[in-house]
Every structure is written in C-alpha cells, then in structure tokens.
Design a protein around this ligand. Structure first.
Ligand code: NAD
Length: 461
C-alpha cells in the first residue's frame, strides 16, 4: 500500500487543505493498494486560480509550441506506458494485455493526433471582409469516469491544451493513481505551471465544487446520465459552456445478409471487453426471427470463452448493481443462456459473462445501462421492426450494423446514434465521438473535439 501525497497545482505537488483521503482498491483481489488526498472546495479554488493565472500566457503561446508540448506529452506516455498499464490493471482490474493495447495505446494515439492538429488547425480564417479568430474558451473544469481512466483524461486535456485552454481535472475516485501518473507526465513534458492542475476527490465534493466554480468557463464531463443532468443544470444556470459524454445502450443490428458467426463473435467480444464497462458497448444484439436461435447459441458459446479471461468490474457497488440487473432480467422473464449471478471466483469483484435470450424491448435489461458483462439478445420481425427497437431507448451513443455494405449504410443513416460501426469497422481516433439524445451534448476526438474548446471572434475590415 502506498500513500500518495499532494495535489498537482500550479506546476508542483501541494498538500491538500484537509486531511481526508480516498482508498484505492484492486478489484481483482480486494486489497487496498494506495491512498490519495480527497481534495475539497478550497483545493478546487486554488487550482482554478492557478489555471486562470496561467491562461493568458498559454492562450498566447504559438500553436507550434503548444504542438511541441503535446508531442512531448505523448512521448512521455509512450516511455512510461508499462508503468501506466500496470497501474490501470491494478486499480481498474483490466487484464494487462488489454491495458497495454487499449488503455494506453488509444490515449497515446489521441495525444499524438492533437499534437498534429495543434500545429495544422486553422485558428484564424477569412470569411468575406472578416477575419474569424478561433480562441480558447478559457479555464476548463474536466470531470472524468473510471472505465477508461487515461483515455477519458487525454480525450479532454489534449484538445484543451491544443486549443490554448488551461485545465483543472477531477478524476474518478476509483482510478486516481492513473491520473497522478498523467500529472507527472504533464510535468515531465514541460507544460508551464498552472496550465494543467489535478485535484483528486469525491464527486459530490470536489467534482461539484469544480462544476459550480465561477472561475471555470467550460465544464467537460464524462460519466453517468444522472450526474451529467445535474452538471448541465448547474452550468445552464451560470450560462457556462458544457460538454457531456454520458451513458449508452447501443444496438448491434445483424441484418439478414450478414455473416452471422462473425457478427455475433465480434459483438460478444465488444460487450465483454473491459468487463462490459464501456459506454459505447453494443449491449443489445438484434437478430431476425429466422436466425435467432442460431445466434443465441453462438452468443452463449462465445460468452463462455470469456469466463477465464474477463477482469473484475471496478468495485463491490458496481458488482452489486450488475447482479441486480441480472436478477431483474430473470424476474422479467428473459432466458438466461450463459453466466448468471453466481460469482466465478472466491475473491475479487468478478461477474460471469452473461447472455440473456428472449429479451423484449420493454424489459429493464433492454432499456437501462448495466455497465457490466451482460448481453441482451432481441428478436426482430423485419427491418422496420429492427429500426424501431434499435432507436427505442433514451440513449444514442453508438451501434453496429452487419449486412451487405449498401444495406448496412442505409440502415445506419436511420439510426439515432452518434457512431455506427459497419461490418466490424475499426475504431478511428480522429472520428467525432459523442451522443444523440440523452447520451450527451458535444463531441470528443479529432477536429470536432478541438472545436469544443474554442470560441469564435469575428473582426470586420
Ligand atoms: P459517475 O457519473 O458516477 O462519475 C463520473 C465522474 O463524475 C467521477 O469523477 C465522479 O467523481 C464525478 N461526480 C459524481 N457526482 C458528481 C457531482 N454531483 N458533481 C460533480 N461531479 C460528480 O460515472 P461513473 O460511474 O464514474 O462512470 C460510468 C458512467 O460513465 C456510465 O454511465 C458510462 O456510460 C459513462 N461513460 C460515458 C462515456 C461517453 O463517452 N459517453 C464514456 C465513459 C463512461
């Protein structure tokens, strides 16, 4: 167990104002692996003041120099990749190979993309007799979840730095050690003091203080829809800009022309990776009546293969929540074909990879975000029925369609969702990511993600 002192404010590690701490637990063995300060409103205030003081200088720094700092940050993340991956595995529970490839690999790519964008983006453009300046929004309050601890941080901090904003980050309680490593990386990369600040702490204390702080110009939040709604209300009342990346309940639509075995195999892998704790996971699989039973069998067999390799969910509360949804699925009449509530191991917050068949669109497990390794397989009669089911939740974050290409694209155009993978299309770190409907407001990644941190000024000549 290691005690980690201090909050990273104004270019150095400073003691928190209070003595409260957060215990960090390894969800694979339930051991306490560290403690970090639980910062409060006073700490948030100090951090916001530091970010405000650094704003004018960083905003006026040439984009080429901002790009150079981002390249340096990317390089430190690469150099310390093993240490970061081990830390993510320890505090989140992700298998090490997944931590290396995804939890570290994706943010390295995203940081690199913003180093390039900072250098190449047109921060000034001519429109008729006007010159339009794309200027930094100001001080950013960033609040992130635990499920992709480094990625969620980099997806906010890298574009904010590229834009010329300064930042105060409040990371999730469960994964503060990754955030501390990120702050060390920022320091090593030579970012000026105050440009990036880290306050670890509890959501309703430090997070709320950050969202409410009058010195914050933009609140960028990733997390649950319920907390996002509160943050949106606070920001709205203060006429403050806000970006919200929220929950999802995405549909994996397998149309009659699709390669069923591949579509089911990739679909199950998508749901089980990161123990089902992925906001954009395709947790509803939609299959036509003719091939429904075959798909259910394939899905059950595929899920069983993950039984020995899946990591735990993040904490005891999350496991209880996931098991509660499995009970609810059974109570509402869904047919359990893999997994269930029995714990696969003696220690650790493990949940068996679970598949439900005979799920109908009105069931709780077809409507609510479970955030665990639980797949619902639904039956549709025809394409219109599939579309109705796919669009029939309050969410709209992601989705997948499998069919002959033209049919898949035609279907994807009618989906109310922010991202659709066609026939297993690969993740693209430059493509805008974000939600329709209650999955959020705003976009991350690529130029759309950069634009969130910019505001425009028009000069007329
Ligand atoms: P959460 O909403 O509980 O917490 C997210 C962050 O908000 C944490 O840092 C937390 O401390 C903070 N927080 C909690 N209460 C707060 C308050 N009152 N004021 C200010 N901050 C507060 O979510 P979580 O359980 O950490 O993460 C899981 C959720 O995140 C899921 O719903 C998932 O879908 C969502 N998510 C969405 C995306 C996306 O891009 N759309 C990505 C990842 C996760």
């Amino acid at each position: 167990m290691k005690a980690h002192d201090g909050l990273y404010i104004d270019g150095g590690w400073r003691p928190a104002a209070g003595t409260d701490e957060i215990e960090v637990v390894n969800p694979a063995d339930e051991q306490v692996i560290g403690r970090v300060p639980a910062g409060g409103a006073l700490d948030v205030d100090t951090a916001v003041r530091a970010a405000r003081a650094a704003l004018a200088g960083w905003a006026a720094t040439a984009p080429a120099e901002r790009a150079a700092r981002l390249t340096a940050l990317r390089d430190v993340l690469v150099a310390r990749g093993d240490e970061i991956a081990e830390t993510i595995s320890a505090e989140l529970g992700a298998p090490l190979a997944f931590s290396q490839a995804v939890h570290v690999g994706v943010p390295v790519a995203v940081a690199g993309s913003y180093a390039e964008l900072a250098a190449s983006y047109a921060f000034e453009e001519k429109v008729g007799n006007s010159t339009v300046l794309h200027e930094p929004v100001g001080v950013v309050g960033a609040i992130t979840p635990w499920n992709y601890p480094l990625h969620q941080i980099v997806a906010k901090v890298a574009p904010a730095l590229a834009a010329g904003c300064t930042i105060v980050l409040k990371p999730a309680e469960d994964t503060p050690l990754t955030a501390r490593l990120f702050a060390e990386a920022v320091h090593e990369a030579g970012l000026p003091a105050g440009v990036f600040n880290l306050v670890t702490g509890l959501g309703p204390v430090a997070g709320q203080a950050l969202a409410e702080h009058p010195g914050v110009d933009l609140v960028s939040f990733t997390g649950s829809t319920s907390v996002g709604r509160q943050i949106g209300a606070v920001a709205g009342a203060a006429v403050k800009k806000v970006a919200l990346e929220l929950g999802g309940k995405s549909a994996n639509v397998i149309l009659p022309g699709a390669d069923l075995a591949r579509a089911v195999g990739v679909g199950v892998a998508n749901v089980m990776s990161n123990s089902g704790q992925t906001c954009s996971a395709w947790t509803r699989m939609l299959v036509d009546s003719a091939r429904y039973e075959e798909a259910v069998e394939l899905a059950a067999a595929a899920a069983a293969k993950y039984a020995d390799r899946i990591g735990p969910v993040v904490n005891a509360k999350q496991r209880a929540r996931v098991l509660g949804y499995i009970d609810k699925g059974l109570a509402e009449g869904a047919r359990l074909v893999a997994g269930g509530t029995r714990s696969p191991r003696e220690k650790g917050y493990f949940v068996s990879p679970t598949v439900f068949a005979d799920v109908t669109p009105d069931m709780t497990i077809a409507q609510e975000e479970i955030f665990g390794p639980v797949l619902a397989v639904l039956r549709y009669e025809d394409e219109e029925d599939a579309l109705r089911i796919a669009n029939g939740t309050v969410y709209g974050l992601a989705g997948a369609v499998w069919a002959a290409d033209a049919a898949a694209v035609a279907f994807a155009r009618r989906m109310d969702t922010g991202q659709v993978d066609i026939n297993g299309g690969r993740f693209n770190p430059l493509a805008p990511f974000g939600g329709y409907k209650q999955s959020g407001v705003g976009r991350e990644l690529g130029t759309a993600g950069l634009a969130e941190y910019l505001q425009t000024k028009s000069l007329q000549f």
